[in-house]
Ligand binder design. Structure first.
Ligand SMILES: Cc1cc2nc3c(=O)[nH]c(=O)nc-3n(C[C@H](O)[C@H](O)[C@H](O)COP(=O)(O)O)c2cc1C
Length: 184
């Protein structure tokens, strides 16, 4: 692969929720993407990423976990109800966690490494023609979501990724130029 091909792939990745809800994504594909993502750099070989592949009713149970937390926090009911069903918008929701480190710095590095892994995964998904959407965990729901996923205590939820086959593509948008301080 040359630089231009790689740049085309990077630019082709877009946040896209126009996803076919019924067309399945093979578990082998998800496995392949997770394995690819583990080639991301990570400090001290902590291999901090952990994944949970949610399908079927598990997506609704995740919605219930998030919605219940939001409801307890007093969030508006329409928002809570939207959350309850929203993970069914894609056939697969891939949860990505970062394990806590043995120091504050290592915990921060682990999260950075997992973010790099997520981008690698999204690029892999784009290369396979899949639509993807990186969503954050709702505020206050991290620990309950991590427990739902079967992740170790204190795992940070870095991404909730909707994955599926696109119904439509998103046009690339121009980015502001990179801000680069050049210092001799
Ligand atoms: C750490 C992170 C968290 C995100 N969380 C959300 C989210 O909770 N909801 C959402 O609509 N988009 C979320 N996004 C997606 C961004 O909104 C999206 O990447 C941005 O609009 C740029 O669009 P593009 O990915 O097509 O370039 C998140 C992106 C990142 C990097």
């Amino acid at each position: 692969m040359n630089f231009d091909d790689f740049a085309d792939l990077v630019r082709a990745r877009r946040t896209n929720l126009m996803i076919d809800k019924v067309r399945d994504v093979d578990t082998d594909v998800v496995q392949k993407l997770c394995e690819l993502s583990t080639w991301a750099p990570n400090h001290k070989r902590t291999w901090p990423w952990i994944f949970a592949e949610l399908r079927g009713d598990a997506r609704l149970r995740l919605g219930a976990v998030c919605a219940d937390v939001m409801s307890r926090q007093g969030e508006p009911e329409p928002r809570v109800e939207k959350t309850r069903g929203k993970f069914a918008r894609a056939p697969v929701v891939l949860m990505v966690g970062a394990e806590v480190g043995d120091s504050e710095l290592r915990t921060a590095e682990n999260r950075d490494a997992v973010s790099a892994a997520v981008q690698t995964l999204l690029l892999g998904a784009t290369a396979l023609g899949l639509a993807s959407f990186w969503s954050s965990c709702p505020t206050g729901a991290n620990d309950e979501v991590a427990a739902f996923c079967g992740f170790p205590t204190d795992t940070m939820i870095v991404a909730m990724i909707y994955l599926g086959w696109p119904l439509d593509t998103q046009q690339s948008i121009e980015r502001p130029p990179a801000r680069i301080m050049r210092i001799d």
